[in-house]
Design a protein around this ligand. Structure first.
Ligand SMILES: *[C@@H]1O[C@H](CO)[C@@H](O)[C@H](O)[C@H]1NC(C)=O
Ligand SMILES: *[C@@H]1O[C@H](CO)[C@@H](O)[C@H](O)[C@H]1NC(C)=O
Length: 516
């Protein structure tokens, strides 16, 4: 008996303390991997054994982390997106990019021996971590290996990300990721938001069925539809937080971990330290992220930015970019470097403003560090991010199309001189950081929870209902019918009654008339 108890305890502690985790990240966008890397390293440090498939090998070997590299199998997006190209990926076009064009590249990576070995493995894994970006094809692998799945959303929730948990997307106050709305929508915006939400869900499932599923069946046989496996996902870790995206009804399987990628141990190089400290009034930091080339801006826009920076003579500007393709005439107060330890720069007390393309990873770092922003969004969720920050009063939204010397200077001066931006970002930064557990610890806790308990109990209790029951449409119709019936009855009865009374009166009248 005692032995059984000890064995049972051992079994439990084994699954949580030393689980075998399979992490599959086939997407080649570096900005997404910025969130996955600290998570898989964190899991390895927590004593798990993690097999990671990705395009980004770790810089040093880490105990418990076995990296299976896809490097070189696809073109990479690192510094490889021009402004014209990304500008074409607006709205639901973005879904066509990630759910139609994407799967052809990503799902077909299953042909590679690295993935073939995993498909045919007899290793016992306990859980699969992956990113359902626009395609579900790697879920077929989870089904084959019978693994519970934790999905990681590097953005806020895609409209279809709620579906496995039978949770509404609340289009009345949650802006669809592909719109530019905030939590505060006017009537016509809510109409557009609902239509965009439903249409993007339709596209996702349509491409999933017609593009991803046939590719997955080439490499993995015998699975139900990808949508069925998708609905079986146990949990989603999402890169959002109520302090910046608005609080919403949710369920325990939707776990907010925004800021998970932020590395508080990051330090400045000595050269940068000296440069930042040399600023008189402060420093403006300018970066357009890991994917977008700032040297692909048209020359007149770059010159406009040069002129604007040159006027900030009491400020220094740190610009992350590649000097090689830039026009002549970089102002003397500007330093351009190809790479920076971004969070260390942002939290330096001299840094007063961040000019950004509005990518979520960088802007979360600025929020954590308390730096107000000028956002020049390009594609994907960038418009939504910058729009939301402007709505919350700690960023200025600058339109790329109308960007010139005047508009750029005006936006920058507004953020540097109007104290409202500083006080708003200070408040939001405090709210963003006020949590019981760091986002990384929280993510690890919930992944271990799924390994211990599965995901079934976390799903909405509403999942057994039909949609018209979930939204109480049947009950509403029933109550409406009863109310209408009651009115009809009341109306008929009262008509009969008045008719009766009038009738008797009339008769009385006519009787009277007769007597005259
Ligand atoms: C950049 O991306 C394009 C596809 O958009 C690809 O053809 C090209 O090889 C990539 N360049 C590099 C350096 O990866
Ligand atoms: C659903 O997930 C469980 C693990 O959480 C797995 O055992 C089962 O096979 C999955 N079902 C389908 C249809 O994939």
């Amino acid at each position: 008996m005692k032995l059984q108890i000890i064995l049972a305890i051992l079994a439990i502690s084994c699954t949580t303390e030393g689980a075998n985790i399979l992490a599959i990240f086939p997407y080649q966008g570096k900005s997404h991997y910025i969130m996955f890397e600290p998570l898989v390293i964190g899991l390895a440090r927590a004593g798990h054994s993690v097999d990671v498939v990705s395009h980004f090998p770790p810089k040093e070997s880490i105990r418990g982390l076995n990296h299976i590299s896809l490097q070189g199998s696809l073109y990479t997006f690192v510094n490889n997106m021009t402004t014209t190209y990304v500008k074409s990926l607006i709205g639901t076009k973005a879904i066509e990019f990630i759910s139609y064009q994407g799967p052809n590249d990503l799902c077909n990576l299953m042909r590679l021996h690295q993935l073939q070995e995993i498909i045919n493995t007899d290793k016992n894994y306990d859980l699969m971590l992956t990113q359902v970006l626009g395609s579900n094809c790697y879920l077929a692998l989870a089904h084959k290996l019978k693994l519970p799945v934790v999905n990681i959303e590097t953005s806020t929730m895609f409209p279809w990300a709620h579906d496995p948990f039978f949770e509404s997307t609340y289009p009345s106050f949650i802006p669809c990721q592909l719109t530019t709305f905030t939590n505060d929508m006017r009537f016509m915006e809510r109409v557009e938001n609902l239509i965009t939400t439903l249409y993007s869900k339709f596209l996702f499932y349509y491409y999933d069925k017609t593009v991803s599923e046939p590719i997955a069946r080439k490499y993995i046989d015998d699975f139900p539809s990808l949508a069925d496996i998708y609905y079986n996902i146990s949990m989603v870790l999402v890169n959002s937080h109520w302090s910046i995206h608005g609080a919403r009804p949710t369920n325990p399987a939707i776990v907010e971990v925004a800021g998970l990628h932020i590395d508080e141990t990051q330090v400045l190089t000595e050269e940068l330290e000296v440069f930042l400290n040399s600023a008189k009034d402060g420093v403006v930091y300018f970066s357009t992220g890991t994917m977008l080339k700032s040297d692909s801006f048209p020359k007149e826009k770059i010159l406009a930015i040069y002129n604007s920076f040159a006027e900030l003579s009491n400020y220094k500007v740190l610009w992350k970019g590649n000097m090689d393709n830039m026009p002549e005439g970089l102002p003397t107060n500007v330093k351009m470097v190809p790479w920076v330890p971004q969070f260390a720069v942002l939290r330096h007390p001299k840094v007063k403003a961040f000019v950004t393309h509005g990518g979520l990873m960088g802007t979360l770092e600025a929020i954590h560090a308390g730096v107000p922003m000028v956002g020049i969004p390009f594609f994907g969720d960038q418009m939504l991010n910058v729009g939301g920050y402007a709505y919350r009063g700690f960023a200025v939204y600058l339109n790329y199309e109308t960007l010139n010397k005047e508009s750029f200077s005006e936006a920058l001066n507004e953020v540097l001189t109007n104290p409202k931006y500083q006080s708003n970002i200070a408040r939001v930064s405090r709210l963003f950081k006020d949590r019981p557990l760091s986002p990384l610890k929280k993510a690890i806790f919930w992944i271990e929870y799924v390994i211990r308990n599965g995901g079934e109990t976390l799903k909405s209790s509403g999942r057994h209902l039909y949609w018209f029951q979930y939204y109480l449409i049947d009950v509403g119709l029933f109550l409406l019918t009863i109310t209408m019936l009651a009115f009809v009855v009341l109306f008929t009865v009262s008509r009969k009654l008045t008719g009766f009374i009038w009738g008797t009166q009339n008769r009385n009248v006519s009787v009277k008339q007769k007597t005259f």
